[in-house]
Write a protein that binds this ligand. Structure first.
Ligand code: AHR
Length: 494
């Protein structure tokens, strides 16, 4: 144990509100995310509400998911929304060319998704097709879901059983336009974006649309620069960024059987998010000093080799304590950048990459990442408490990472929460927190397990779950915390 970690609340600085949308999720037509994951159809023996699994609805409600992105990902730029409306028997079957070439029967479409979002109490985030779609098609989609008055698209919606518009605020204008969304150059995409955004009307009787430009691939800073320079701010509410924690794209490593070296590399890649946000934000600051445009990290998470024996196109992976540590540290980074990062989406919610839920037939389990998301939801819409951190090093060979990751906030009821992660794989960490306040009580919850490689399985679904944490105390006005290796903690101070 090393005693040098210190955290100080910077009470003289007022932090921004942590937008709850940082805690967003992502539902893609990929593998068993939609079919078997969210949706089983209303004739299934699995208990469902209009085809959506009730166990999933209950679990996601507890998580308080603020928004859900759909239908992709790469799938979004192949998706034609009109294929997914109207009587299910009449919907065309297409091939899901990005993900396993499986037949997509379009039984889960716009109404199914938007009604499900209402059921979940979450805001939908629709990703429009720019790569293989048209301006008219996306403009029609906006009109179909949002227009109250009489129009060809709203008439069609009413004809398909929905009178009131859903009023969808969040819209992605394509996905990964630099890659699967069309292999475009940023200059070309910026022009395309301007055209699409122009015809996504926001002057109907709806709330203003929040249009999100397809953003950079990780450290492609030029992408952000060109978009910010060339897209007029009256057409742009958010710019996206995608970054996965990956060891190497050729050899991602097994999701469960990994070495400490591989864990370290995953965390190196994951913690790089902090530098990415700093640099993309600095570029955005040049063109938007008032920070009106949000940085939207609409795909993030750990990405490993697909589980052996499963369809390689389905990207199914297990979820261990490594993922819990990665989630906790990444969410702390987002919180601490809440002035610019106002939305993020973990990929993908069910049965794919860093999922919060795994399903198998009629059973469902919650992953360690689910528990982190649940522990951290106290930060949603709370005010960030800016902090200064002095962390020990977590060293492996000649390399080092900060051992400790922290963020803190004060919620609307005046309650302070601190989330702390010990990234070190073998040493406990002692942390002194100078809260500059007179807190009388502290209590907390802890997520850890006997081994870093541990995970929840269908035979042991509750192997990893939060437990009461007794490692924090207030002495002489200072908070002291002792966290075991690879663990995530949330503290409540009153
Ligand atoms: O999350 C899987 C894929 O990764 C998404 O479809 C795509 O946007 C990204 O490349």
């Amino acid at each position: 144990v090393n005693a040098q970690n210190t955290v100080s609340f910077l009470k003289d600085t007022t932090g921004p509100v942590i937008n709850r949308n940082i805690y967003g999720h992502f539902a893609e037509h990929l593998g068993n995310c939609i079919y078997g994951g969210f949706y089983v159809g209303d004739t299934s023996h699995i208990p469902n509400t209009k085809g959506v699994r009730q166990d999933v609805i209950a679990a996601l409600r507890k998580l308080k998911i603020p928004n859900l992105r759909w239908p992709g990902g790469c799938f979004a730029d192949t998706y034609h929304w009109k294929d997914g409306i109207g009587p299910k028997a009449g919907r065309p079957a297409i091939v899901n060319t990005w993900w396993g070439n499986v037949t997509e029967d379009n039984s889960f479409g716009t109404h199914d998704f938007l009604n499900m979002c209402e059921e979940l109490g979450t805001e939908p985030y629709l990703a429009g097709n720019v790569g293989s779609g048209t301006v008219q098609e996306l403009s029609d989609w906006v009109q179909y879901v949002n227009f109250e008055g009489k129009s060809p698209m709203s008439d069609l919606r009413v004809q398909h059983g929905r009178n009131n518009p859903w009023k969808v605020r969040f819209w992605g204008v394509g996905n990964e336009a630099w890659g699967c969304g069309g292999n475009m150059r940023p200059e070309y995409y910026a022009d395309i974006y301007r055209k699409y955004a122009t015809f996504m009307h926001s002057n109907w009787k709806n709330e203003h649309l929040f249009r999100i430009a397809s953003g950079a691939n990780s450290s492609d800073y030029n992408w952000t620069e060109v978009l910010m320079k060339n897209i007029p701010k009256n057409l742009l509410e958010g710019v996206a960024l995608h970054h996965y924690a990956v060891i190497s794209w050729n050899q991602k490593g097994d999701a469960v059987n990994f070495s400490e070296r591989q864990y370290f590399q995953t965390m190196q890649s994951g913690l790089f998010m902090d530098s990415l946000i700093h640099k993309h934000s600095a570029i955005m600051d040049k063109y938007d000093p008032q920070k009106k445009v949000a940085l939207v990290v609409d795909e993030w998470g750990g990405w490993y080799d697909v589980a052996s024996g499963t369809n390689p196109g389905f990207l199914f992976q297990q979820n261990t304590m490594r993922d819990a540590v990665l989630a906790g540290a990444t969410l702390n980074i987002f919180n601490n950048h809440a002035d610019r990062v106002r939305m993020a989406n973990l990929a993908q919610a069910i049965n794919v990459l860093q999922s919060v839920i795994l399903t198998h037939g009629d059973t469902m389990i919650l992953t360690p990442t689910y528990h982190v998301m649940e522990m951290y939801n106290v930060h949603q819409d709370a005010t960030l408490i800016p902090i200064a951190i002095h962390s020990n090093d977590y060293t492996l060979g000649k390399e080092k990472l900060p051992a400790v990751s922290v963020s803190a906030s004060k919620d609307k009821a005046g309650v302070t929460h601190i989330t702390l992660v010990n990234i070190d794989a073998s040493k406990a960490q002692d942390i002194t927190v100078n809260t500059q306040g007179s807190f009388k009580s502290v209590n907390g919850r802890l997520l850890t397990s006997a081994k870093l490689q541990d995970y929840n399985s269908f035979s042991q679904p509750d192997k990893i779950k939060p437990v009461a944490f007794n490692g924090a105390a207030i002495r002489n006005g200072n908070l002291t915390v002792k966290i075991p290796p690879y663990a995530v903690v949330v503290l409540t101070l009153q």
